[in-house]
Write a protein that binds this ligand. Structure first.
Ligand SMILES: [Zn+2]
Length: 450
């Protein structure tokens, strides 16, 4: 109702109706005029437009000359304004190598996680979906304004079977079931090893209890884990169904880590809504994903061979993991082609973690996707498509009051002013320090260089 009125009447009239008179002390809080606006959905920019912010929300998008007075007025100088970016797969709290986490002081890890959170925001990502790691406290600190960072949709611990992708114990470690100890990484909230539907139910509910907005399960072999071959299928149907059911009972969904057709198919049949990675998918399974409206959450840059090549920027990794990475990377091109052919909903996620050197690669995902998608398509993935994916958290969405990934009345006031046009060359986003001239999150200016 409010949105429609704003659209029909124009912002200034409605603001007057709301008691926010023009030229008055109680004007809009922030107005950006003279911008070319990408709304997150449509390729055509709205020229010479203004975004009107009251408190933390966008209340109107109008022609510049119809913009109301505001406490703060910024002239965009004809630059392109885009919704705040969303990274659908990132791990700010896995800020150092997994193998080093168990020896690290928790306070150091908290500081590192907070630093990466701030850097993520300064790269223009105003919202992230954390796909595994103890980010509940970081989210709270950001929401309370203690530290600067993106909105976080936390998954909590990666739930994994014994010898699954979230089992980071020594090879000879004994299971808790047979009297073995709880692993340090389980205690710290990075992973939870759970076998059988009963333990999976408990593990899912543990994460929901802490505020998980979605659940992350490992459904197949992974690269950073040592003792699960890539081809291994993880979790039987009953365990996957148990997880999906426990998540659904809390109003949310399950995302799984999976590369192979067998792991993906079993997960989709069990009701999983988001497939992370999927690089070895085949045509039949891509068709299934398309039919079911399941999100594909792939990463291009970190799977483009940078790890396998062992380049200077790559963290030191045991060769077994480099070999696994190479095994998966070969599927990248085919997966993206199939996703395009079947019109699958493709999320934008980067999967950066594990080293301060790797996190800045988050921005390189934009250019890495140009091989398959246009700049507009990539930007849409990182904004409105990801916004729809996050909305699957439904009643567990902490930010359900406003939309994310779009610039429209009623959306959260998360947006960027960009130097250069990301719709014609999305690579301008790869240099955020220089090209992001304004970052606004939650109606507040985080960065301004104009
Ligand atoms: Zn990941």
């Amino acid at each position: 109702m409010l949105e429609r009125l704003l659209r029909v009447l124009g912002a200034s009239i409605l603001l007057t109706m709301l008691g926010i008179a023009q030229g008055h002390a109680a004007d809009a809080d922030l107005v950006i005029v003279n911008a070319r606006i990408f709304d997150g959905v449509h390729e055509k920019l709205r020229e010479d437009a203004a975004v009107v912010v009251v408190q933390q929300k966008i209340v109107a998008v109008v022609d510049s000359n119809a913009a109301p007075a505001a406490r703060e007025r910024i002239d965009a100088g004809g630059r392109v304004l885009v919704p705040g970016l969303i990274d659908a797969h990132v791990h700010p709290t896995i800020s150092i190598a997994i193998s080093q986490l168990r020896d690290a002081d928790p306070n150091y890890l908290a500081a590192r996680g907070a630093t990466e959170g701030r850097n993520i925001l300064l790269r223009g990502f105003t919202t992230i979906r954390d796909m595994g790691g103890p980010s509940f406290g970081l989210k709270q600190a950001i929401d309370e304004g203690l530290v600067e960072g993106p909105r976080i949709f936390p998954s909590g611990a990666i739930i994994s079977q014994t010898s699954g992708h979230g089992d980071f114990r020594n090879r000879t470690a004994e299971s808790r079931r047979f009297g073995g100890p709880t692993d340090a990484l389980e205690r710290m909230g990075y992973g939870r090893i759970a076998d059988g539907p009963d333990e999976v139910l408990t593990a899912v509910r543990e994460q929901l209890r802490q505020g998980a907005t979605q659940i992350k399960l490992a459904a197949g072999g992974g690269i950073s884990s040592m003792y699960d071959p890539i081809d291994s299928v993880q979790y039987v149907e009953e365990e996957l169904r148990a997880a999906v059911r426990a998540a659904a009972d809390f109003g949310t969904y399950v995302a799984v880590h999976a590369y192979t057709p067998a792991a993906i198919r079993r997960s989709v049949e069990a009701g999983v809504r988001s497939i992370e990675h999927a690089h070895l998918i085949d045509e039949a399974t891509m068709k299934l994903i398309a039919e079911r409206g399941v999100y594909l959450s792939p990463q291009a840059y970190v799977f483009s061979g940078v790890f396998a090549a062992g380049g200077a920027a790559a963290p030191a990794q045991p060769s077994a993991q480099s070999a696994k990475s190479a095994q998966v990377s070969v599927g990248l091109d085919r997966m993206m082609q199939l996703a395009k052919r079947y019109g699958v909903k493709v999320a934008f996620g980067t999967d950066v973690f594990g080293s301060p050197k790797v996190f800045p690669w988050e921005s390189r995902e934009f250019g890495a996707r140009l091989r398959w998608f246009s700049s507009f398509e990539i930007l849409k993935q990182a904004t409105s498509t990801n916004g729809e994916l996050l909305a699957l958290s439904a009643t567990r969405n902490p930010y359900a009051e406003g939309k994310l990934g779009v610039v429209e009345p009623g959306a959260w006031a998360d947006f960027l002013l960009v130097e250069g046009n990301p719709l014609t060359d999305v690579r301008v986003l790869e240099n955020p320090e220089q090209n992001l001239r304004l970052i606004v999150k939650n109606g507040r200016i985080v960065k301004r260089t104009l």
